[in-house]
Every structure is written in C-alpha cells, then in structure tokens.
Design a protein around this ligand. Sequence first.
Ligand code: NAD
Length: 415
Amino acid sequence: MADVPNVWEMTLARLDQTMSVLDLKPGVIKYLREPRRILEVAIPVKMDNGDIDIFKGYRVQHNTNRGPAKGGIRYHQDVTLDEIKALAMLMTWKCSLVNIPFGGSKGGIVVDPSKISKKELENLTRRYTYELLPFIGPEKDIPAPDVGTNAQIMAWIMDTYSIAKGYMVPGVVTGKPIELGGSQGREEATSRGAVYTLLCALKVLGIDASNLTVAIQGFGNVGSHAAKILHDLGFKIIALADVSGAIQNKNGIDPYKLSEFTKGNALAGYPEAEKFDPLKFFETKCDILIPAALENQITEKNAASVKARIIAEGANAPTTPAADPILKDNNIFIIPDVLCNSGGVTVSYFEWVQGNDAYFWSKRKVNLQLRDIMEKAFYEVYDFSTKRKLDMRNAALAIAVGRVAQAMKLRGVYP
Ligand code: NAD
C-alpha cells in the first residue's frame, strides 16, 4: 500500500526531532538510531494437510544499555521488518520512560493466526522459539504478547525454551498464564495503565471525570479491557471498532455484554448498537478517543475531523507525525503511546521480578505499584512538557531518550 507511511521512517523522524532538543553528540545520535541486533528466520511448519509451509519471522533488539531487551511478539499478515524495528525502538523508550531496567525489542511472524489451526499455531510458535533460542532468555531478551498473540502462545514459548535448557525457565517470557508463573493483573495491565494516565490528564486539564464519553478502536486485549475498566468507572463507551467494522450507541455500549457476544460473533453485528462506516470512526464526537488497534490510524487525512478532547494512545504509533500538528492546533491533548500503553511492560517487569524471586504478589499490590509508576511517569512528562514548552510526545521521548543516552555514556563503548 503506497499511501501507508513507513512506520520505521516515522519513528526515526520522531527520534530526530526529539534529539534536537537534547544536547547529544553526533555519535550518540547515530548509535541510538540503529537496532543492536536483527534476526530474520524462515520457519517451516508441518500443516494439517501434510504439506510444509514456510513463514517469515523476525526478532529485533534495539537497545540493551539499561538491561535485557524486552518486547512483544506480533502475529499478523502485514508484519514487516521495518515495523518490528520501529516497535523495538519504541520499547526502548517505553521501558526507559517508566524507568524499569530493560532495553527494547520486538518480534513478529507474517501470519494471520485466525487462518491456521491451533495445532499449526503451536507448531509455528515452537519452531520460531527454537530459531530464537540463542537470542532470547531471562537475562537477554524477554518476549511478551502483542497483536495476535496471547498467554497460550507465551506458554508454548516458555515450554519450548525450557525443554531446550533442561529445566523450567519461567522468566523467558511474560504475559504467561497465571498457572505457569504469570502475574496477577498482567492481562489488563496495558489498559489499566492507560486509564491511570487518562485520569491524571483529566486532573491537569481540569476536566470533571463524570459523564464523559469514549470511543475505542480495537476490541482485543487493550481495547476490551480499557472499555471494561472505563465502564466500571462510569465512563460511557459510545463507539467501538475492530477489524469487522464499527458500532455506536449514544446511550452507551456495555463492554461486558459485547465481550460475551464477540465470543461467537463479529463485533459489527452487535444488535444493541448501530453499525457505521469504520472510515468515519475517528470523527466520532466524544471526550476521549482511544486507538487500540494498529499503527498509522490517525493521519493527516483524518486528523482534522477528530472531535475528541483527549487521545489516549493504547496502540503503538497510532498517530502519524503529520497528524500531530493538526491535533495540536485543535487543542487535542495527546497521551503518547510510550507513556499511555507502558502499563503492559511495567506489569511484565513485575512478572519477571516475581518469577526471579519465585514469590508472587496479590492483584492489589500489582495494581497499586502500577498506579505509582504510571502516575510518576505522567507527571514527569507533563512537568517537563510545561517547563520546556514541548508537547507531551516530545517531552516523553526526550526523558526516555536522555536516560538511554546517559546509560550508554556511563557504560562506554566496548572495547
Ligand atoms: P489484539 O490482537 O488483542 O487486538 C487488536 C484489535 O485491533 C482487534 O480487536 C482487531 O480486530 C483490531 N483491528 C485490527 N486491525 C484493525 C483495523 N484495520 N481497524 C480496526 N480494528 C482493527 O492486540 P492488542 O494486544 O490489544 O494490541 C493492540 C495495540 O496495542 C497494538 O498497537 C499493540 O502493539 C499495542 N500494545 C499492546 C500491549 C499488550 O499488552 N497487549 C501493550 C502495549 C501496546
């Protein structure tokens, strides 16, 4: 698709813009623009029909100056190496921004997981893990779920890695099932973290949190939990969209009922809401807009018609750099992805800590610690943005990139 902006180039452009406000040496800038390692693999899978199919897979480690690489694995038919490089870089900034001791990575396989059987999915995951064996590990690089992957896939990765090592290594992945050392609260952590940042934004903007309306694009892990948490807090979910289409109801959509419905049906067919054109989704008149699907959704083409007061970026890179100034001119407050959706990696960090200690926390403790980290990060970004007259995205990136550059300086360059 020629008109889709290249997400790697966009991520680099954003980094360059941020680095211009930091006083960094040219060599440091060059270093931060490059991924440290890139692995590309061809994954043979025995399919149910007896034939062999080959899938393309990637793992990119962008930076490990602050700790082992950390980042999800995406299964999607449109995965590209550029996309994985961009997402790996964003993970470096995200971990740095919430100040957890990880670098950034990302992985992906070019596959539509809904088009293959469960057995094929397991074979694909296990063989991909085998190819990744020298690359990943609790002290090296720790995968987690992303679009198209889930706790079951993490369990298969953990099992394959553990078989190769000869003992169980729960710390090799996060986002595992609770029964295998997963953390309480991990599944909804990205959404809960996003809601914590949203509540901070309402406070600093002086917006009363009652009777606010919300539109959410994506009803997967991030979108569905965000809808439920906000519904429980009294927000009204008036529009939702997923790959099947968009629905709206100005009286509110109950996300719990919708979740039950989508177990066997497409979201777009939900009878208690009206179907509408997904291309008009971002025009929905609402207080809060949450993109929680894929990148490049709010572009210079539709940014001017966004009517929300706040955009909380649950997804990674949902807004293009060309859309940012348009939204800014319209006084829309953006909680940028590296801040807004960092609750997922934060609780992944808690999961890794709990696994290493073999001592598990209550859900209450997880959520309280998550809230502390998210609120601290939000106010750091907000204060920096006010002091330095930067928008929230540039402020967040400046703090995050600055910390990585400082870690690099302290470690020095080997040899
Ligand atoms: P998911 O696979 O669980 O859900 C993705 C959702 O997006 C689905 O509802 C799907 O139907 C919808 N979607 C896909 N293409 C679409 C389209 N063209 N139009 C409208 N909807 C579309 O994925 P997820 O884990 O919820 O991740 C969503 C976003 O959040 C991604 O950008 C991901 O990188 C980011 N993210 C996820 C986590 C996490 O913990 N899962 C953490 C941080 C960031």
